[in-house]
Ligand binder design. Structure first.
Ligand code: ADP
Ligand code: DP6
Length: 325
């Protein structure tokens, strides 16, 4: 039996990934940019066992269906088997350090942790760039969780995906004053998966072309705002990029509405970008970026708006391979 273990951070995209040019390889239509989060981590343990006849995955103690395993984790494990030349199936156990009922996306961190753990188990010495390409096969956003700090995912142009990988652009301590406040408003059970949702948008949204242009034109200013620690510009760009993706969702047919009444209250309260910048993925719970000096007042507002809990996250230094402690 071959064993490996790793922990990876969740990431929140500032410049979002919403739309693929190739679904089998999770190749995106645009570059995206994310921040890895210290407070939301997932640990995965992988055991390759010659006795198994298929891959098995448990997340927080709950067994995933064969269909789910096939469409996500096994895409990573298949590639690892191909590279190592070892045709052995694996059992994966994954735990998040935050309640799964909080409705916070954890698949990116889980699949990144699985990628690192399986590479370790098989004794493959791969650099983060290679690992990001393999994590991408499991789930697009997972490729950004292979790094800490501020991460860019280059969409690439090749059909085989060899130029679609991530790199760290700034380390976790580049902007120490920046914090992410994550209010929990709902446990968010029923929604259309990102995978299904983005395919509906690619097929039906007329605004998609316009958004791709917007991303190309504004990515340099997002990078500048981070480089210069320009909070005002960063908050504005964070808000605009989130709204741009949600406009595409609304423009899809049938429309994809991931935001709820609470989300709209957050937009209303912080939309001027003066002390914070919000961003929403495919769900109603926001990530609200602010400066440390304003965190208390932003948190107070989020609680007044109805948050039952606010998670405060620093920027993660990156994943760790090996057992805990
Ligand atoms: P998100 O985290 O982006 O909201 P979901 O919770 O819908 O996405 O998860 C998408 C898929 O990712 C699940 O169907 C499951 O197959 C896979 N997945 C989620 N977490 C893990 C994990 N920790 N390890 C392996 N696969 C996972
Ligand atoms: C809204 O990475 O979950 O979070 O590649 O199909 O697995 P697949 O999709 P996924 O989509 C994430 C979409 C997003 C935006 C982002 O993280 O960039």
């Amino acid at each position: 039996m071959l064993e490996g273990e790793a922990e990876a951070p969740s990431n929140i995209a500032i410049v979002k990934y919403w739309g693929k040019r190739n679904s089998a390889l999770n190749l995106p239509l645009n570059d995206s940019l994310s921040i890895s989060l210290e407070a939301l981590k997932v640990r995965s343990k992988v055991v390759f066992d010659p006795e198994l006849s298929k891959d098995k995955v448990r997340v927080n103690g709950v067994k995933l269906s064969d269909e789910e395993v096939k469409s996500y984790a096994s895409r990573v494990l298949d590639r690892m088997r191909e590279i190592s030349g070892k045709s052995i199936y694996a059992v994966v156990d994954s735990w998040s350090n935050f309640p799964s009922s909080a409705g916070l996306a954890s698949s990116a961190a889980g699949i990144a942790a699985l990628t690192l753990a399986s590479s370790d188990a098989l004794g493959l010495k791969m650099d983060p760039k290679e690992l990001s390409k393999i994590a991408r096969l499991g789930s697009g956003s997972a490729c950004r969780s292979v790094y800490g700090g501020f991460v860019i995912w280059h969409s690439g142009a090749r059909d085989d995906g060899e130029d679609s990988f991530c790199e760290q652009i700034f380390t976790h301590d580049h902007w120490r004053d920046l914090v992410d406040l994550i209010p929990i408003f709902t446990d968010e059970k029923k929604r259309i998966s990102s995978r299904k949702g983005m395919s509906v948008s690619v097929e039906t949204s007329n605004l998609m072309k316009c958004r791709l242009e917007f991303v190309r034109e504004t990515l340099p200013s997002v990078l500048d705002s981070i480089r210069n620690r320009d909070a005002k510009k960063f908050f504005e760009m964070t808000i605009r990029h989130s709204n741009s993706m949600h406009a595409i969702m609304m423009d899809s047919f049938p429309p994809l509405i991931y935001l709820n009444a609470m989300s709209l209250k957050v937009i209303d309260s912080f939309g001027d970008g003066k002390i914070a910048g919000y961003t929403f993925d495919a769900g109603p719970n926001p990530h609200v970026f602010t400066l440390r000096k304003d965190a208390e007042s932003v948190e107070k507002t989020l609680i007044e708006l109805g948050a039952t809990k606010v998670i405060k996250s620093d920027i993660s230094a990156g994943p760790r391979v090996g057992k805990k402690g």
